[in-house]
Design a protein around this ligand. Structure first.
Ligand code: C2E
Ligand code: MG
Ligand code: MG
Ligand code: MG
Length: 282
């Protein structure tokens, strides 16, 4: 009887697993369809100087709205795109679209406002990555100085000397590099120095804690100290309250991004927002 019960629970387990797999296969199928049907789009979130209040850049963030209007967050579909390899084509589309938008910004007099693009580790491992990047820049006519690539900390540190070489080439093309979600991985300080990155993005989790009971505020302070010593600019993500912005500025953090300043916006709204804020500040 014990055997039977065991067999029953194994069967239940298998059913659970296969349902999960079926769900994933289904979602991947829908994602591929949505991608080729142009149902993915970019939104843009301003990056602000905590000192002057001016907009210095925007981060391009991918969105998927299904035919029935449901929004699927990137945290759910990007891992799927990574596992299936679809991220290579999708990421190339993101680079092209973001470069086009940046070129358009320059045409409207905002050529010093940077465009930050998230890049997945799978894209970096693709041997044609640099070629795709170069083509996106050339075809859009954007100045490479206007483009920044965001790479998560775990990726940047995990891949060792290959990353240092790749970063060198990207920097040589004139682009900026930012380490995303900084503080959540394990950085080697010597790596960090040799990688010659332009910016560290302090993870939202630590910003949340500022002014609260958690230790996140302390970590944000430590990262700011580190950036200051190494001469790397700092940007805080997920600023929701003015007190957080004030505290971060005192810690030596130069830039910020978050709902307190602006939410990510579709391209039309972003263009209007940028025209309105370019002069005055946020
Ligand atoms: P991330 O690169 O760390 O992006 C920051 C996330 O924080 C975004 O979530 C943004 O909407 C959110 N955020 C910004 N300000 C605030 C705030 O004040 N409060 C809160 N609670 N959240 C805020 P989103 O757009 O859902 O993206 C999630 C992640 O998906 C991104 O994290 C990034 O890792 C990934 N992702 C998004 N677009 C792309 C893309 O085009 N390519 C790749 N490879 N990854 C992407
Ligand atoms: Mg990012
Ligand atoms: Mg981030
Ligand atoms: Mg994050």
């Amino acid at each position: 009887r014990a055997k039977l019960a065991e067999r029953g629970s194994v069967a239940r387990y298998n059913r659970g697993v296969s349902e999960e797999i079926r769900g994933r296969v289904n979602m991947l199928h829908n994602l591929r369809r949505a991608f080729s049907a142009n149902e993915l789009f970019l939104v843009f979130q301003p990056q602000i100087s905590l000192v002057s209040g001016r907009c210095v850049g925007a981060e391009a963030l991918l969105r998927w709205r299904t035919a029935d209007g449901t929004m699927i967050p990137p945290d759910r579909f990007i891992p799927l795109a990574e596992r299936s390899g679809l991220i290579v084509a999708m990421g190339e589309w993101v680079m092209r679209r973001a470069c086009e938008e940046a070129a358009r910004m320059a045409q409207r007099g905002h050529g010093t406002v940077r465009m930050a693009i998230n890049v997945s580790v799978i894209q970096f491992r693709d041997p044609h990555f640099l070629g795709r990047l170069r083509a996106a820049i050339e075809d859009s006519g954007v100045s490479p100085q206007q483009i920044e690539l965001e790479i998560t900390e775990s990726v940047a540190m995990g891949e060792g000397s290959r990353m240092i070489e790749l970063f060198g080439r990207i920097k040589a093309m004139g682009l900026d590099i930012a380490i995303d979600d900084f503080g959540t991985g394990f950085s080697s300080l010597s790596h960090l120095q040799r990688m010659n990155v332009d910016r560290l993005k302090i993870d939202r989790a630590f910003i949340n804690d500022i002014g609260g009971l958690g230790k996140g505020g302390e970590i944000a302070g430590l990262v700011c100290g580190l950036g200051g010593r190494l001469g790397i600019e700092l940007i805080a993500e997920g600023i929701e309250q003015i007190e957080q912005a004030d505290r971060l500025q005192l810690m030596g953090c130069q830039l910020g991004q978050g709902y307190h300043f602006a939410r990510p916006m579709p391209a039309d709204d972003w263009r209007v927002w940028l025209d309105a804020h370019a002069q005055g500040g946020c």
